[in-house]
Ligand binder design. Structure first.
Ligand SMILES: *Cc1c(COP(=O)(O)O)cnc(C)c1O
Length: 396
């Protein structure tokens, strides 16, 4: 259990690795080599710790949600990533990667974004560290997320509209890859979750592990013990792995990852990759994916844009395969219930993504016993989703 993962080939068991065109190997090799050196340097660690504290507002509170706990029947703590600067956990990763890029001598940042959350977090870090920043975004997504496009522009980034293919995230990823291959001598590609080819799943996990490390310390101070359960929503898998990973060698701590069940996992409208998917290749690594019998990636859906992804980080596939974590799902309706209940009981409007974890707990509260302690990752705040929910519920 203590074996270090990923191994030197970037594998978590059979998952992960590098499945990429030859032209992508030089930038990936450079990234891994420099990450190994820079991430160990005292200066890098000190500067990143400074930014996380003074700029992003860490540590985020570990809050005992007493009213919500009464509903569940045991003690539920919320790890308040919604209170991190820009309103979600994504800033932990973008500050880390942009600082790394700077230390690698890069002057140019690229990223791709679907709903725009990762684009905004990247543009924020790039503005702070005076890096030129280009965000690839599908034309359809640009129209759906006009406000985030404007946010990125306000932050000094250039948003490049991608008009090829389905004009959504996967086409934006293709364009970003193409850019990186041509420009890697001065460019770093910031990937937004624990996905993509090695070393990204490891790098993003390490930057997001601040969530679990803080939680462990904070809970120990309050309860003098480890939690019984960790619960987090899973899109690409970064907020969940960030919470889970520091507890990997504490086998008594159970991990529960909540995927997006959309309109139901027996429809085609969901993003429950680990629940309903099979092993396959996507975006440079081997993991669980949602695919048809020809291995073509199938379209996904969730009310929460951040969970709407047909793949999942390879470390999660490894946790599933080895039984280290359990993967479940919450439907749109479960999540909307969670959205309302947390708002009413605690005065905290959660992101629709995080509301999947809340909704799953409400539906499965019988599993938990009095005296048990649960930590839920509240990955983001719900302000971004209020208009959408009002629209769904015909409020206006
Ligand atoms: C992007 C996002 C997610 C999903 O991404 P992970 O990599 O699975 O964490 C979850 N919650 C919020 C608030 C997000 O913005």
């Amino acid at each position: 259990m203590s074996k270090k993962l990923p191994d030197k080939y970037g594998k978590f068991g059979e998952f992960g690795g590098i499945f990429a065109p030859e032209t992508l190997m030089p930038p990936l090799e450079e990234l891994e080599r420099k990450y190994r050196i820079i991430s160990k340097q005292k200066n890098f660690k000190k500067e990143l710790a400074y930014l996380l504290t003074e700029y992003a507002g860490r540590p985020t509170p570990l809050y005992l949600a007493e009213n919500f706990s009464r509903l569940i029947g045991c003690r539920v703590y919320l790890k308040r990533e919604d209170l991190a600067f820009t309103g979600a956990h994504k800033i932990n990763n973008t500050l880390g990667q942009v600082l790394l890029a700077k230390k690698m001598g890069k002057s140019r940042i690229i990223a791709e974004t679907g709903a725009g959350q990762h684009g905004v977090a990247t543009a924020t870090a790039a503005a702070l560290m005076k890096m030129k920043c280009y965000i690839y975004m599908g034309e359809t997504d640009c129209e759906r997320q006009k406000l985030n496009v404007y946010r990125m522009r306000l932050l000094g980034s250039e948003v490049i509209t991608v008009r090829s293919g389905s004009k959504t995230l996967k086409d934006a990823i293709n364009e970003a890859m193409r850019d990186w291959i041509s420009n890697f001598s001065n460019t770093h590609y910031v990937i937004g979750s624990v996905v993509g080819p090695h070393p990204y799943p490891e790098i993003v996990r390490n930057f997001q592990s601040v969530i679990g490390k803080e939680s462990k310390r904070q809970l120990f101070k309050k309860e003098k013990r480890l939690p019984d359960y960790l619960v987090a929503c899973v899109g690409g898998g970064s907020n969940s792995i960030g919470l889970f990973h520091p507890f990997y060698n504490n086998p008594a701590v159970k991990f529960i990852g909540v995927e997006a069940g959309g309109l139901g996992i027996n429809t085609t409208k969901h993003s429950a990759t680990l629940t309903k998917g099979s092993k396959g290749m996507l975006h440079g690594n081997f993991s669980y994916v949602l695919q048809d019998k020809y291995g073509q990636i199938t379209p996904t859906y969730s009310v929460a844009a951040g969970l709407d992804y047909p793949g999942v980080g390879p470390e999660h596939s490894f946790y599933k395969e080895t039984g280290r974590a359990e993967y479940v799902y919450a439907t749109d309706d479960d999540a909307l219930k969670g959205f309302h209940v947390l708002s009413e009981t605690e005065g905290i409007i959660p992101a629709l993504e995080s509301a999947h974890a809340i909704g799953w707990l409400l539906k499965n509260k019988k599993r938990f016993k009095k005296g048990e302690v649960i930590i839920v990752c509240l990955s983001g705040r719900g302000d971004k989703d209020v208009t959408e929910v009002a629209h769904i519920e015909n409020v206006f």
